[in-house]
Each structure stands twice: as structure tokens, then as C-alpha cells.
Design a protein around this ligand. Structure first.
Ligand SMILES: [Fe+2]
Ligand SMILES: [Fe+2]
Length: 481
């Protein structure tokens, strides 16, 4: 078969020749009903019978890979899509540097590889669970459609990881695949594996922050795994990144549109001080200081996803050729890092300092630095909107010591500027920096659904362009009545 095009004749669309891989096809077909039950229980609440204008991947050719059409979400064709195999690909880093990439699981690294696939797999359904209530407060049909697009694709990413587990890990792979459907975001007894994926996504500003900051952690992890010496994992992640870009677009433009609307409303009402929260809120838009607080929360929760700055697990995964660095093949060094160092932010005698650590154990820190640089781009765009509107206010990324639960700074408190403070000061002031109950209540009060075609809630601007170049009055979701 042609790897570029996806075979839709089997129950599970794929470009991995499942029709001739009977055992794996059977295992996946066996898993399918449980997935559909999970989607019914934990997928988007409501709208399951609505026609949604969704894209579905029909090819892995980067020049044209998706088709748009009206689909009911339960009828979405969740498929297994791998990027084409690169001829003569070699392992680009670690102890096996330069050896041919593995087409089968290397026995000595089996447990580590399975664990990384399970952790990645666990985040995919988790975000669907976190976002399941948002449909009923969507600010427009356009936004509703984007939410559902993200949700079905996270579902597909779960399929992608489950395929790897079932094809390459035998019985324990099948058990892990079942566990992925059993854990639930925020559940007291069987939560999802990572902290940020057990947090609530209570409103649409949270959703945009999540897709901007937390999906971007996903992007960094996928990039690192796309470098993997285990070729099927590399190819899987490379195609997932194609879809992931849209998720972060939804976040970036979502926040842009909120900022835009707030600035317009302030200008129209003659508000000169953007920090005059009460005055701005009275206009029915979200004030910039509250947007900053939401940003502080989601950015720091996402930083925690990178794990400890200094980590032997990260070193082992790199040495083993399982998980590389962001843009590994473009980095000019020996790709083994045996004698290199990397500066890590640490707490030294009560001060935040950069300390050189062996580069191998500092790989989480390095990836997190790459992530922070990637995050900055959005802030530049948002701040440009604010300054063009004539306001002296800048959204900023908080210091890495602020509000951390994992790593070097988990046991201290710091201000967003990185000044260390004691517990009492933290408790007194934290509502200046993180969303309070009042802030949450105010945002919730704005979350009334808008379902008229082409209309938008008054706290958010319309997008500059439609999805698939559709006009402003396009009916992105045909809601069943
Ligand atoms: Fe994903
Ligand atoms: Fe995503």
C-alpha cells in the first residue's frame, strides 16, 4: 500500500497495513468498544449528535493531509497514522549514535520505552476529560468547532500510542492500553499520571491557556520522542505534531482575541488604567491583570510537566537512544554529551543561581528552556495588541521559582519576579498572582453560550480568518434540536 494515503476499508483507518497485520488489527478492534464507551462517558458533554465541520487526516503528505467535512463526533474515523519511513535513518544521539534506527523494540530498553509511551498516551484522553464541559458555554460556533477538533484529535493521539503498545509490547502492552481507558482526570482513586492533567479547565480562558501552554509542553515532548531511535515511535510522533500545531493555534489566537476585545472595550469606554479591574469588569470583558493571573497558573503547571531539572531518568533515556533533544539533528555537537555541561537554575544558599550540571542529567532543564523560548512568541503578539491599543501594560512569563510543585523550587515560595518570600507572605499575597475564587466566579459569569451563526460572545473578538477559509457566517456546528 501507499504509505502516504490512509486505508479506510478497515474498521480502523490506517497507513500501517493493518489489513495484513491480523493480530494487531484484532487487538485494536477488541479495544475499540471500550474506547467508544470512554468517549460516550468522558468525551464532550452534549453535541454528540450534532454535525461538526471537522478535518480528518486522509494522508500524511505534509502538502495536503486533511479533508474537512460535517461529521458527528462518534462517527469520526480515529485512525493510526505514521509519517513515512525515512530510508537508512540512524539513531541520532546517545550510546547507539549512528547505528541503524530500530524497527523492533530493543530488549534492554523495553521497560523505559513502554513507560514513556504510556505517559504520553495518558495525557491525550486526560485533556478531553478536562474539557468535556466546555461545549455548553462556547462563545461561538467557530470556537465550539475548534474545541471538538482538538478533542477528536487528542482521541486519535490516544489511538496512536495504543497502536504502539499493542503492536510492539504484547500482553503488557494490551494491559497498559486498557489502563489508559480506566484512569480519569482528577479522580481521587485513579487519576491521570501527570499533575497538570488532573486540574480543572473551568472556562474558555483556561481552555485557551491550556492549549497554548500545556499543548506546547506536548509539542516539546513529541519533538523529543520524534528523535527516538525506536523508529515507529519517531514516525508516530512526527505525524502527531502536524495535528498539534492547530491546538496551539487555537490557544494563541484565542488569547489574542480576548486581549483584543478587552482593549477595544476599554478604549471605547475611555478607561485609561488597564489595572482598574472593577471598571474594566463592568464592561463585561476580562481585565488584563486577570489574564496575567491565568497565564501564571497555566504556565507554571506546564513547567512542572518537564519534571526535575536534574534527572537521571532523562539521562538514561537519552543514553539509550529513546528520547532526544528538541531539534536534535540540527544541534552541532557530538550528540553523546558525555563531557558537556548545561547551566541549571538552582536554589543555592537561598538564592536562585545558574549552576553548571552534566549536560546529560540536565536534559529536562534544556527542554524546558526551549519551551520557554517557544512560549515567548505568543506573549510578543499579545503585547503588541495591547500597545497598539495605546495601553501601558505587558503580559510576562513568571519566574521559574514561582508556584512550582516539581523540581528545585517546589519547597519555596517566590513572587512572579523571583523574589523568595515566606509562607505567611505567600498566603497573604498569592491571590494577587494566581486566579482567586472571585476571579473564577467573574469569568464564569461571562461564560454564556452563543450559538447563533456568525455571532460571538461580547468578551471575545471574532477570528481574523475562518477555518478552511470559511466566511464569518459559516455554520461550523449544526446543533441538533
Ligand atoms: Fe495530543
Ligand atoms: Fe494537543
Amino acid at each position: 500500500m501507499n504509505i502516504m494515503n490512509v486505508d479506510y476499508s478497515t474498521k480502523i483507518p490506517n497507513n500501517v497495513n493493518l489489513s495484513e497485520d491480523r493480530q494487531v488489527l484484532k487487538a485494536l478492534e477488541g479495544w475499540h468498544p471500550g474506547y467508544m464507551d470512554w468517549w460516550g462517558d468522558m468525551g464532550p458533554e452534549g453535541f454528540q449528535q450534532s454535525l461538526v465541520y471537522l478535518r480528518t487526516a486522509y494522508s500524511v503528505d505534509p502538502r495536503g493531509w486533511a479533508k474537512f467535512d460535517y461529521v458527528k463526533m462518534p462517527d469520526y474515523r480515529w485512525g493510526i497514522l505514521l509519517a513515512p519511513q525515512e530510508e537508512n535513518r540512524v539513531i541520532p544521539f546517545g550510546e547507539h549514535y549512528g547505528e541503524p534506527a530500530w524497527q523492533e523494540v530493543p530488549g534492554e530498553h523495553r521497560a523505559m520505552l513502554r513507560r514513556l509511551i504510556v505517559i504520553q498516551g495518558d495525557t491525550e484522553p486526560a485533556s478531553v476529560e478536562q474539557q468535556r464541559h466546555l461545549g455548553k458555554t462556547a462563545p461561538s460556533l467557530y470556537d465550539l468547532r475548534n474545541l471538538f477538533q482538538v478533542n477528536v484529535e487528542e482521541g486519535r493521539h490516544l489511538w496512536a500510542m495504543v497502536y504502539l503498545l499493542q503492536k510492539y509490547f504484547g500482553r503488557d502492552g494490551r494491559e497498559e492500553a486498557d489502563e489508559l481507558l480506566r484512569r480519569r482526570s482528577g479522580d481521587a482513586d485513579s487519576p491521570r499520571m501527570l499533575g497538570a492533567f488532573n486540574e480543572a479547565t473551568p472556562d474558555w480562558l483556561s481552555f485557551f491557556m491550556f492549549t497554548y501552554f500545556t499543548d506546547r509542553d506536548g509539542k516539546m515532548q513529541l519533538h523529543s520522542l520524534a528523535q527516538s531511535g525506536f523508529d515507529p515511535l519517531s514516525r508516530t510522533c512526527r505525524f502527531m505534531l502536524t495535528e498539534e500545531a492547530h491546538h496551539m493555534f487555537v490557544g494563541e489566537t484565542g488569547i489574542s482575541r480576548v486581549v483584543q476585545r478587552t482593549c477595544e472595550a476599554m478604549k471605547a469606554a475611555g478607561v485609561t488604567d488597564p489595572k482598574d479591574v472593577a471598571k474594566v469588569r463592568a464592561l463585561g470583558v476580562i481585565d488584563l491583570p486577570t489574564i496575567q493571573k491565568k497565564l501564571n497558573l497555566h504556565y507554571t503547571l506546564s513547567l512542572d510537566l518537564f519534571g526535575s531539572e536534574v534527572s537521571t531518568n532523562a539521562a538514561n533515556a537519552f543514553n539509550a537512544g529513546i528520547k532526544g533533544r528538541y531539534h536534535e539533528t540540527q544541534i552541532k555537537d557530538d550528540h553523546r554529551l558525555q563531557n558537556d555541561t548545561y547551566p541549571v537554575l538552582k536554589l543555592v544558599n537561598g538564592e536562585i543561581k545558574r549552576v553548571n550540571e552534566p549536560a546529560l542529567t540536565a536534559l529536562n532543564m534544556r527542554l524546558r528552556d526551549d519551551y520557554t523560548q517557544d512560549c515567548v512568541k505568543g506573549l510578543l503578539r499579545w503585547n503588541k495588541i495591547i500597545s497598539l491599543a495605546g495601553y501601558d501594560f505587558k503580559l510576562t512569563l513568571p519566574n521559574v521559582a514561582f508556584h512550582r510543585q516539581i523540581g528545585e523550587f517546589r519547597d519555596v515560595h517566590a513572587t512572579p519576579d523571583g523574589v523568595l518570600i515566606d509562607d505567611a507572605t505567600w498566603n497573604k499575597r498569592k491571590s494577587e498572582w494566581l486566579p482567586s475564587t472571585d476571579d473564577g466566579d467573574f469569568i464564569s459569569s461571562l461564560m454564556t453560550p452563543v450559538t447563533e451563526i456568525g455571532a460571538f460572545a461580547p468578551w471575545i473578538s471574532p477570528p481574523k480568518v475562518g477555518i478552511d477559509n470559511k466566511p464569518g457566517d459559516f455554520e461550523y456546528v449544526k446543533i441538533e434540536t
